[in-house]
Design a protein around this ligand. Sequence first.
Ligand code: MV4
Length: 447
Amino acid sequence: MFKKVLVANRGEIAVRIIRACRDLGLRTVAVYSEVDKEAPHVHLADEAHLIGGAQEAKSYLDMAALMRAVTDSGADAIHPGYGFLSENHRFAEVCRAWGITFIGPDPGAIEEMGVKARAKERMRAAGVPVAPGSDGTLRDPSEAAEVARRIGYPVLVKASAGGGGRGIRVVHDEQELAQAMERAAAEAQAYFGDGQLYLEKYLPDPRHIEIQVLADAHGRVASLGERESSMQRRRQKILEEAPAVPVDAALRRRMGEAAAKAAAAVGYKSAGTVEFLLDRDGSFYFMEMNTRVQVEHPCTELVTGVDIVAEQLRVAMGEPLDLPEAVEPSGWAVECRVNAEDPERNFLPCPGTITAYEAPGGPWVRVDSGVSAGSVVSPFYDSLLAKVITWGRDRTQALDRMRRALQEFRVEGITTTIPLHLKLLEDPDFRRGEYHINFLEQRFGQP
Ligand code: MV4
């Protein structure tokens, strides 16, 4: 049992976690960098500790500085949020070695899912559908050519260390293969220090559907249904929704069972998300598992009534899950990510000072925000300012309420993505639910 939680993060997710702790009667410790002294998460926590400079390597990624704050505060648990150290199995190990509860899965499960080629093999063995491709990593271009000939072009060369779409290359024919592998390996080596590759059949214009799971320390796994996050550009999600237009009750049950199998196969505990690509013919394939709470978790909270962060905390205390195997969604939820970026300038980040700030409110609107009037949006961090999430009886009502909310949202002093969201909400294809992972770049991309 723990009583005092150090939140090793900043912005809206730090605020979100502090609120869940407060709901459960837990004490909270914020950490902050030199540019975050006045940030909302600092004011909201019971106490706050300066951990270093603005650069993330010198503060939010600095394990030694975080552990000093643990010692100074007497915290007995750490919630990593998303990003930063949340999927670093070594950090989870360090917490364990210090006798601090890491609020997330065990280090072994994080590592197992972090190595993508290994995770895929593990899932295939567990009976989770995976895309046709190589068995594990590739030895050389001739092995890759053999696999590609068998499954047919186009194929994708993927980095096993992976993440964020780096070290991923589409290959249309055998002539392109060796060079694509060379480039993908070099990129993966540079970014992840590991140039290992695997190969997969390329799916054209699939939809990105992810299943939210919760698992406890006693082997129980619950599926909370799907979210769709196909509305993205360069792997940066813009808008998410739950449930997903192309997923009916039967498909939801099959995907939920596959996700629960995936989680059980690695002894998963805590909240996690199993990502699938959904083909136009209704087949789905495991892509990867995110072993953290995700930005878009509120969509699932609004359609299930389950407080995902509170459940993470309860499960970390060893409490059993008190949920059915499959929680059925009710109504529809949409989330828009409001970023300090200029969609007119290729989504260039727009740091600066927020001179005026009035967040929307009213019925069926939730705003998870990490800034306020006077906030300085630093170029050092992710440009997410706030998330607006609306709920409706059906998709149309949720989207109409989103339009109302975004029209109310007043952010002055910096450029935001709100105008793009409003344009998207009027798009006839999106309104009909007809989109896929390449939609945004095709429709709103640079000429
Ligand atoms: C794919 C794919 C098409 N076919 N795999 C990109 C990063 C990695 N996590 C998975 N990715 C993809 N894998 C096959 N076999 C297309 C993508 C992809 C993608 C997937 C989900 C959401 C956005 C994406 C954007 C570009 C490519």
